[in-house]
Design a protein around this ligand. Structure first.
Ligand code: ASP
Length: 280
């Protein structure tokens, strides 16, 4: 069993040592809760559960605490991918829900598995998800001051369960101050991808992640016999040719784990049932 999470880049807005420490504490708590859940649940259920915990923490740019777009509205994107069935589902730019990843989970059972905007919201209401404002005062203040700081801060989770099944989930409030209608990588196969061999979740500048097809490329390379390390290395070398800004976490079916980023520093955590390891 393996579980690995990320909480986006530390270079996020309002970064300070205090915030950094709070994020580390939050990651430690969440990774332990995710691991405990994994003991009795499969990889897919665990990535969803763990991502809801990350979405509920206002320190991260996903769910509660998501960044606000240029028109003053908060829109979120999230996706999941079940490695054993190779099915992907997601929501793009959904408003007024608490946990976008739960809507993505519901969509996994549908024929139409990626929904955007008002269509995603209508689907969520039909499935009983109550209206919820994920806005925090801090993000509104940032917006009001037009603190266009970084373009990072998403959350993600990859899991290998006791049966050897893999899954990935990624959730974001976007890059902040974006043009309404802009599509984040987080609900695409560039930002979140898994199959029987490998699971990857990304953070960073969505446009770069999409241009580099990061998650999908890494998983495909592992499927085609690259080691996890070599697949990350080659994919990040290619990202370098476009000066891309991205970070990613990955797990393969043998339990190998990796975190890599083009720029410092993404926050990652893993837990083996005894001790939490934090990386940045
Ligand atoms: N990748 C996300 C996006 O571009 C942002 C992030 O990772 O923080 O929407």
């Amino acid at each position: 069993m393996r579980i690995l999470i990320h909480g986006g880049f530390f270079s996020e807005s309002s970064q300070s040592d205090e915030i950094k420490q709070k994020k580390q504490e939050a990651l430690k708590d969440i990774i332990k809760r995710g691991y405990d859940f994994l003991i009795n649940h499969n990889a897919l259920k665990t990535v969803v559960y763990t991502t809801t915990l990350l979405e509920d923490c206002p320190l991260f740019n996903a769910g509660i605490g998501s960044q606000i777009q240029s028109d003053g509205k908060l829109r979120m994107s999230a996706s999941i991918m079940d490695g054993s069935s190779s099915l992907f589902s997601g929501v793009i730019n959904i408003e007024n829900v608490k946990n976008p990843v739960l809507i993505a989970e519901k969509l996994l059972q549908e024929d139409d598995r990626v929904l955007s905007g008002s269509g995603a919201q209508t689907f969520a209401r039909k499935k009983g998800f109550k209206p919820f404002s994920a806005e925090t005062l801090e993000r509104r203040n940032e917006y009001n001051q037009k603190l266009k700081t970084s373009k990072t801060g998403t959350v993600g989770c990859v899991v290998l369960d006791s049966k050897g099944e893999l899954a990935a989930a990624t959730s974001t409030g976007g890059k902040g101050f974006e043009i309404p209608g802009r599509v984040s990588d987080s609900a695409t196969i560039a930002g979140n991808y898994a199959n029987k061999h490998c699971a990857v979740s990304c953070t960073g500048v969505g446009e770069d992640i999409i241009s580099g097809a990061i998650a999908c490329k890494i998983v495909t390379r592992v499927t085609d016999q690259y080691t996890l390390e070599a697949a990350f290395k080659k994919t990040f070398q290619e990202l370098d040719t476009i000066s891309g800004f991205a970070g990613a976490i990955g797990l393969d079916s043998k339990g190998n784990m990796i975190c890599q980023e083009s720029h410092p520093k993404v926050v990652y955590a893993t837990y083996d049932g005894e001790s939490v390891s934090l990386f940045e």
